[in-house]
Design a protein. Structure first.
Length: 315
């Protein structure tokens, strides 16, 4: 199979049939063998009914329905698990991503041998204040922190070699950082393509300003994971050692001062350096304990699924 199109969605019943028709037209005109995997992330409208109708009409259409809303990352993870195409394309269900971009994305993976190609919505039809400016700030921070030089990390339209999606773990809100996850997994040949962005035709956006707060918190998480996920003791042990060295330094100073310099007979417990030494050694010990616990958890972690599937179609 040439292409798997993975589409996470939440309450997008108005756009699904039009999106399906558009994708099918592009696939058939380019003679691709394909599958379209819709992941219904807990929709409360008629989205699943539409997906079911499309799957009965066309066996290339497949569906996964969650028991409730678990989030876009979990939906992508479920789609990646089921995908069988040599190239996996992800796109949003709101018709703001154009299926006309699929053939070129496919050829960039197959012919130019990129591991992954990320779309860049250079010209956007979103609100400047609520989305464009925060997106620019967010993308700058992501580039600076991760070392992945992309202009648009959060574009839903992306193409992957099948090996990439089978070897990355997308969870929490990490869909924004899939390029970083791919790089950390050893897939460093990451490209970018300017793609067309279209104004939303139906409904309203499911994302508010809080997604950028979550995004920056996740950026800190991905920075930590990329550097210390395999050996948390490298971070916590280093911080603990620094704290202990500071504490021991003050302790040594107090000891020398008490034995050789303190002629007034001042008690050690009356001096602020005593409490600095005590606090830093306690904090240092806690950092070491955190590192040990991190190592233990890492070696005994339970990789249970982070979502529950209610129903599947055509798998």
């Amino acid at each position: 199979m040439n292409i798997s199109v993975v589409i996470p969605l939440l309450n997008e019943q108005e756009s699904l049939t039009e999106l399906y028709d558009w994708i099918a037209k592009v696939m058939q005109s380019n003679h691709f063998s394909y599958e379209i995997i819709f992941i219904d992330d807990g929709s409360t409208d008629g989205s699943w009914k539409v997906i079911k109708q499309l799957s009965e009409k066309d066996t290339n259409v497949k569906g996964i329905r969650f028991t409730r809303n678990f989030g876009k990352s979990q939906a992508l993870h479920a789609g990646f698990e089921k995908a069988q195409g040599d190239v996996v394309i992800t796109m949003d269900a709101d018709l703001q991503d154009s299926p006309e971009e699929i053939p070129e994305l496919y050829h960039m993976i197959v012919k130019e041998q990129y591991d992954m190609v990320s779309g860049w919505k250079k010209k956007r039809y979103d609100s400047v204040v609520s989305k464009n400016l925060p997106s620019k700030l967010f993308n700058w921070a992501a580039r600076s922190t991760s070392g992945v030089k992309l202009n648009d990390f959060n574009c839903g339209l992306k193409a992957y070699d099948l090996n990439v999606v089978k070897n990355i773990d997308v969870h929490g809100e990490m869909h924004r950082y899939i390029p970083v996850l791919a790089k950390n997994a050893g897939f460093s040949n990451i490209g970018e393509k300017v793609v067309r962005h279209q104004a939303r035709k139906y409904g309203s956006t499911k994302f508010g300003m809080n997604r950028f707060i979550h995004g920056f918190l996740d950026l800190l998480t991905i920075w930590f994971i990329s550097r210390f996920a395999r050996r948390p003791m490298h971070l916590f042990g280093a911080l603990g050692a620094i704290m202990l060295i500071i504490g021991l330094g003050f302790t040594l100073y107090l000891g020398i001062d008490k034995l050789f310099l303190n002629t007034a007979g001042r008690l050690i417990t009356d001096r602020p350096q005593f409490y600095i030494a005590l606090s830093t050694m306690i904090i240092g010990t806690q950092f070491f304990i955190a590192g040990f616990l991190g190592e233990i958890i890492l070696r005994n972690r339970d990789d249970r699924k982070r979502y529950l599937v209610h129903d599947e179609l055509n798998f």
